[in-house]
Design a protein around this ligand. Structure first.
Ligand SMILES: Nc1ncnc2c1ncn2[C@@H]1O[C@H](COP(=O)(O)OP(=O)(O)OP(=O)(O)O)[C@@H](O)[C@H]1O
Length: 264
């Protein structure tokens, strides 16, 4: 399998009293070129799971393998895009995309590569601008171009459009789908939006919490582009919503119960 998770577990803190388990028993297989979204209540461990694939967070037990190789160290085979684009404000758009390429390519090759991906995200005209001169959506496009320019096998996206307005998000959805179709990258996409996950992905993985685990794996066999008023989209949205609501209510109830415990 292209990307596989086997009995993955994550604990934070030190045993016994300060240790807490975020999730366990995560088993997941993702095929090459798949676009997979991960949904789940806040705190269920979506970002942690993505960081583990990126090699930025230790795995407490089990294994995550990309084409058979453990992902326990960061590597150029995995590109990450966060909600905040974290660009260098003292560099131009083009220089930001070139930055990680400098180690492995000559300056000219890095420039050509950066220009290719900036064209893909429709930023050719802004390549000499500084990133603080760009809108939020344009900055996120730079971050996507920078991640793609490394030619990763997997693109890991952690709520990449979460901070953008609806119109910009809509445009970036279209662009991301077209990039995905052109580059055939495997994408793992964390989001809070059910609509976004159904609109974009081949599969929607739903995580539950306390204990964190995978509670559903919905294939999305609806031809793209997917319209919001398509009956099949509405039906799936409802199914995912019901499941998520149950999980969120469980968390709320536990929090309320904890608050109502009398303190002596
Ligand atoms: N470095 C850390 N040390 C201790 N606890 C952490 C650390 N990072 C995350 N956590 C905890 O692990 C749990 C999962 O966090 P994570 O950010 O992965 O959840 P999430 O599902 O992505 O949440 P959200 O949807 O709110 O972004 C949370 O309870 C969080 O407080």
């Amino acid at each position: 399998m292209f990307l596989s998770f086997e009995q993955v577990e994550k604990r934070f803190g030190t045993a016994p009293e300060n240790e807490f388990e975020v999730f366990s028993d995560i088993d997941l297989e993702i095929g090459e070129n798949q676009f997979v979204s991960i949904l789940g209540p806040s705190g269920c461990g979506k970002s942690t799971l993505l960081s583990m694939v990126a090699g930025l967070e230790d795995i407490s037990a089990g294994s995550i393998k990309l084409e058979g190789e453990e992902t326990d160290e960061p590597g150029t085979d995995r590109g990450m895009v966060f909600q905040q684009p974290s660009l260098f404000p003292w560099l131009t758009v083009r220089e930001n995309v070139m930055f990680p390429l400098k180690k492995k390519l000559s300056k000219r090759e890095a420039q050509e590569r950066a220009d290719h991906f900036l064209k893909m995200v429709h930023l050719s005209k802004s390549k000499s601008s500084y990133t603080y001169e760009l809108s939020g959506g344009m900055q996120q496009r730079v971050a996507i171009a920078r991640a793609l320019a490394m030619d990763p096998k997997v693109l890991l996206m952690d709520e990449p459009f979460g901070a953008l307005d609806e119109q910009t998000r809509h445009i970036l959805h279209r662009e991301l789908l077209s990039i995905w179709e052109d580059t055939k990258k495997t994408i793992l996409f964390v989001t809070h939006s059910i609509q976004e996950s159904i609109k974009l992905s081949d599969r929607v993985i739903v995580m539950g919490t306390r204990p964190g685990r995978i509670i559903a794996d919905f294939p999305v066999d609806i031809p793209r582009p997917r319209e919001r008023d398509d009956e099949r989209v509405i039906k799936l949205e409802k199914q995912v919503m019901e499941l998520l609501e149950k999980e969120i209510n469980k968390v709320l109830k536990e929090e309320l119960d904890n608050e109502s415990v009398p303190t002596s």
